[in-house]
Design a binder for this molecule. Sequence first.
Ligand SMILES: *[C@@H]1O[C@H](CO)[C@@H](O)[C@H](O)[C@H]1NC(C)=O
Ligand SMILES: *[C@@H]1O[C@H](CO)[C@@H](O)[C@H](O)[C@H]1NC(C)=O
Ligand SMILES: *[C@@H]1O[C@H](CO)[C@@H](O)[C@H](O)[C@H]1NC(C)=O
Ligand SMILES: *[C@@H]1O[C@H](CO)[C@@H](O)[C@H](O)[C@H]1NC(C)=O
Ligand SMILES: *[C@@H]1O[C@H](CO)[C@@H](O)[C@H](O)[C@H]1NC(C)=O
Ligand SMILES: *[C@@H]1O[C@H](CO)[C@@H](O)[C@H](O)[C@H]1NC(C)=O
Ligand SMILES: *[C@@H]1O[C@H](CO)[C@@H](O)[C@H](O)[C@H]1NC(C)=O
Ligand SMILES: *[C@@H]1O[C@H](CO)[C@@H](O)[C@H](O)[C@H]1NC(C)=O
Ligand SMILES: *[C@@H]1O[C@H](CO)[C@@H](O)[C@H](O)[C@H]1NC(C)=O
Ligand SMILES: *[C@@H]1O[C@H](CO)[C@@H](O)[C@H](O)[C@H]1NC(C)=O
Ligand SMILES: *[C@@H]1O[C@H](CO)[C@@H](O)[C@H](O)[C@H]1NC(C)=O
Ligand SMILES: *[C@@H]1O[C@H](CO)[C@@H](O)[C@H](O)[C@H]1NC(C)=O
Length: 483
Amino acid sequence: MKGFGNATIIIPISLCFIFIFIYHFEDVLAAPPTRHLCRPEQRDALLAFKNEFHIGKPNPDCMEYSIEPHPRMESWVDNSDCCTWKGITCNAKSREVVGLDLRCSFLHGRFHSNSSLQKLPFLTTLDLSFNDFYGQVPSLIGNFPHLTTLNLSMNQLSGQIPSSIGNLSHLTTLRLSENNFSGRIPSSIENLFHLTSLQLSLNNLSGRIPSWIGNLSHLTYLYLHFNQFSGEIPSSIGNLSQLIELSLWGNNLVGEIPSSIGNLSQLTLLSLSGNNLVGEIPSSIGNLSQLTLLSLSGNNLVGEIPSSFGNLNKMNIFQVSQNAFTGTIPSCLLTIPSLRYIDLSDNQLNGTLEFGNISSPSNLEELSLGSNNFKGPIPRSISRFVNLLYLDLSHFDTQGRPVDFSIFSHLKSLRSLYLSHLNTTTTIDLNDILSYSKILTLLDLSGNHVSTTNKSSVSNPPSQEIDSLSLSGCGIVETRFQQ
Ligand SMILES: *[C@@H]1O[C@H](CO)[C@@H](O)[C@H](O)[C@H]1NC(C)=O
Ligand SMILES: *[C@@H]1O[C@H](CO)[C@@H](O)[C@H](O)[C@H]1NC(C)=O
Ligand SMILES: *[C@@H]1O[C@H](CO)[C@@H](O)[C@H](O)[C@H]1NC(C)=O
Ligand SMILES: *[C@@H]1O[C@H](CO)[C@@H](O)[C@H](O)[C@H]1NC(C)=O
Ligand SMILES: *[C@@H]1O[C@H](CO)[C@@H](O)[C@H](O)[C@H]1NC(C)=O
Ligand SMILES: *[C@@H]1O[C@H](CO)[C@@H](O)[C@H](O)[C@H]1NC(C)=O
Ligand SMILES: *[C@@H]1O[C@H](CO)[C@@H](O)[C@H](O)[C@H]1NC(C)=O
Ligand SMILES: *[C@@H]1O[C@H](CO)[C@@H](O)[C@H](O)[C@H]1NC(C)=O
Ligand SMILES: *[C@@H]1O[C@H](CO)[C@@H](O)[C@H](O)[C@H]1NC(C)=O
Ligand SMILES: *[C@@H]1O[C@H](CO)[C@@H](O)[C@H](O)[C@H]1NC(C)=O
Ligand SMILES: *[C@@H]1O[C@H](CO)[C@@H](O)[C@H](O)[C@H]1NC(C)=O
Ligand SMILES: *[C@@H]1O[C@H](CO)[C@@H](O)[C@H](O)[C@H]1NC(C)=O
């Protein structure tokens, strides 16, 4: 394996962004109505609110989230019934303004503590998401006693979450994701017993996840990911028996995963990746029979992957890479029929690899086992994962055995194939392996013996668009490859 020349061809993947803007400028020249159905003081408040902001450009995230941008306020003109304006909902009887939906409405400007919004006290729904509001959220936000839905996500609001939010005692949905908030979760949120959805992700919130969170017993969605939360995950979280999605990834959480999480029997999504969690995976997580996504990657978890995970028969995505897991893969895990994506790379999993009884046809699209301590033969049954797009077996130690590379010839959908450092005596025929999948774009054979029966076709791969070919330490000394 030593003393060979280096040869690497990397053709960068060209990225292509296509933005399609669709504007619907609706008719703003509505016929003047003969009577004002909305309350005049509420119409005036809305017109004053309109004047507090500029109508600028659409928030680019609207398109990314497939939310149609619309400058709704352009239909807000004096002498017309405000209940007919875009984005306004009135109570059918009282004609009070109860709903304000200004998502993706091109609004730009600072929120003032004297905003005319406060003159709309009957609001039940307020959606100002996907605009360009900045400044602090004024504490007047606590002055809407009937509010059930508040969505200020995807703006540039900064400062702390005002504690007055705890006055919104009917709130069921609170979305403040993707702003610039800092500080702690205000303890007044503990009063919001009716909350079913709490989404504070992608801010700069810090401090602990409060243990009173376990008292918000109606919560179904809890998104706190990508903040600066520290401390342990409170075990009281296991009391949120209605929880469907729990996303805490990308924080600074420490300590062990509380075994009480295994009580969350409705959970379909559990993401704790990218923290500093330690200890073993509680086997109670194998009780979460509704799970479709489990992500624990990028922590310091140890021990074995519990065999109880083989019971998670709705699982789609299983990610535990970049930890320090040891032992073997429970073979029943890989045979879960719904599984599409499994990433076990960068651990210390060891022993021989067995795939068990692979369902036919397997739905698995991504299988990452690279950078572990597996030893022994590569199981021939790998050829039954016929829908694989991505396969990583790098650093699989075949202990000097020959490898029959034709087992990969059945994987006709492969786009990325990582087979570096297999410690095999077999010389890989590059032209053969390139012929297995016509859509292969990434091939890594570094650290193996590679031969090329037809060198010209390698420097200019024939039928496919190979973007990255890594052959470092492959024994090919060929100046053409030196770039
Ligand atoms: C609200 O406050 C801002 C700045 O504090 C001020 O410029 C504006 O005139 C005030 N608006 C009203 C309606 O009082
Ligand atoms: C804002 O949140 C509410 C409540 O969850 C939701 O109904 C609405 O669709 C959200 N707005 C956008 C643009 O996603
Ligand atoms: C919000 O935070 C981002 C990233 O930290 C920063 O670039 C941006 O200037 C901030 N915006 C405001 C209005 O503070
Ligand atoms: C609203 O919340 C603030 C801050 O928590 C509090 O001081 C105030 O008394 C509350 N107002 C009402 C009407 O509950
Ligand atoms: C996040 O908050 C910390 C304080 O907790 C502050 O030092 C830091 O500047 C903030 N970062 C951003 C991008 O706002
Ligand atoms: C949850 O609420 C109960 C009843 O109000 C209270 O006694 C308990 O201390 C709360 N738990 C936490 C962790 O705050
Ligand atoms: C869960 O709730 C029960 C009953 O409300 C309470 O006794 C228990 O202390 C709570 N558990 C945690 C970990 O907060
Ligand atoms: C919740 O989890 C804890 C710790 O795993 C356990 O002791 C308790 O019995 C569980 N409670 C319920 C209601 O399942
Ligand atoms: C949950 O998991 C634990 C540990 O694996 C087990 O002892 C317990 O019986 C399971 N509970 C249920 C309800 O399946
Ligand atoms: C796997 O690693 C663990 C921990 O390092 C060790 O105890 C065990 O013997 C190893 N198993 C095999 C089959 O090598
Ligand atoms: C594997 O699956 C097939 C068909 O599902 C079954 O007939 C066979 O007994 C299974 N083999 C083992 C070892 O479980
Ligand atoms: C490769 O296999 C040989 C033979 O089993 C073994 O002695 C050697 O340690 C292996 N090399 C690596 C880098 O694992």
